[in-house]
Design a protein around this ligand. Sequence first.
Ligand code: PSU
Ligand code: MN
Length: 335
Amino acid sequence: SSALSRLSNLRGHFHPTDSNNDKGGSDGLAGRLIKISPEVSEALSCGRAVVALESTIISHGMPYPQNLETAKELEAIVKTNGAVPATVAILDGIPCVGLSMEELKRLAILGTRAQKTARRDIVHVVATRGNGATTVSATMFFSSMVGIPIFVTGGIGGVHRHGEHTMDISSDLTELGRTPVTVISAGVKSMLDIPRTLEYLETQGVCVATYKTNEFPAFFTETSGCKVPCRVDSPEDCARLIDANMKLKLDTGILIAVPIPKEHSASGSVIESAIQRALKEARDKNITGNAETPFLLARVNELTGGASLASNIALVKNNALVGTRIAVALAQLRN
Ligand code: PSU
Ligand code: MN
């Protein structure tokens, strides 16, 4: 399978410390380039469905202990629905694909003391043997490296408001343009510039599809006023999209935008005024760069008295369910 050939490629590629007579095997892999958990490794080698999960959402996206609870629940949703979860993080400088309960807990307790790790940060965290929580871009990178085609998150980064001046454009978007992994998200937060985010994804050649809806969702709310050209209505539709992307070797990612379930969608006006206030505070405090997203998430949660966190948790769980169904449908299609 392609996952297997990727694994054997990895063995050939990574040997920073060891002598060249180490031929690898999954034990040889562990502790060298990348540590793949036994469950994930096993699933990949027999072509079973695997779903990658990011870790910045745990460290920087939610407070303790809700972050640990949510991380565990996401893994449980993936398992219950027939796939193997693979949470990605860098622990003591070792990129890990698939975390044990102890490792998940460690990361959740570390919280923002873990380094927010986008693609550009990976080498530094590895070289200094640090603890890194991977964002969408870094999680896509490691998922692709080990052959996991599907990755579930809450929301992806985007073009920030005023991005035309600051050039603050999340590396999640360029990663989607260069890495063939399908990302399931509830769209893009309205604290970002959604129309420009979609323009940028088009420039990067990324297929953006809405799931069972016509309008691109805005994370807390089901609508954004923005349309995309592709709509999918079932896990099988998504699996065919991913299969075609793989067969054509387009080597670009796919973004599947799943709207927040109706019963959890926040009252648009409450969220919107909190977002406006948080954005103004960020400007007044001069919070920019990769500190902006975590600041806005935490502040909007405070300003809405926890309502935004509850919506956030609900939508990520829904994404995990949809993403798992897509992964299972894809495994069926390709086996
Ligand atoms: N959006 C959310 N929750 C998050 C993030 C984004 O609703 O936790 C995180 C993700 O890890 C995403 C990252 O990849 O923020 C984007 O950060 P930046 O805007 O600095 O690129
Ligand atoms: Mn940025």
